[in-house]
Design a binder for this molecule. Sequence first.
Ligand SMILES: [Zn+2]
Length: 111
Amino acid sequence: MSGAPRDRMRLAAELVSKGATMLAEPCAEDGGIQVRYRGKVYCTAHDDLSSITTAAAVSFDTVTAQLREVLLAKLSETTAALGTEKEAAKQDQLVSLAAKYFDLLQKLPQK
Ligand SMILES: [Zn+2]
């Protein structure tokens, strides 16, 4: 037994807020509440939920960091292309593309 029951309920609630679903059937081993998260079933009584929530937080941060890098690189390329583009129709495409990259960048969590 590790962690206070109150702690476990908080972690279970945190997982649910991250998209986990509570399962109707209890754990076969100890009757604990089970949740399904990213295709895996976890028992809130005997599985180490803190490592799951930590891992999820890390991977989200990693993905948003990658996305930020990619978007910045694309925004830079698009800006450079816009600078040399002569055709109005192509400029229009480039501007709307840059606006989308910019919009998505603004939506990323700020560090
Ligand atoms: Zn269990």
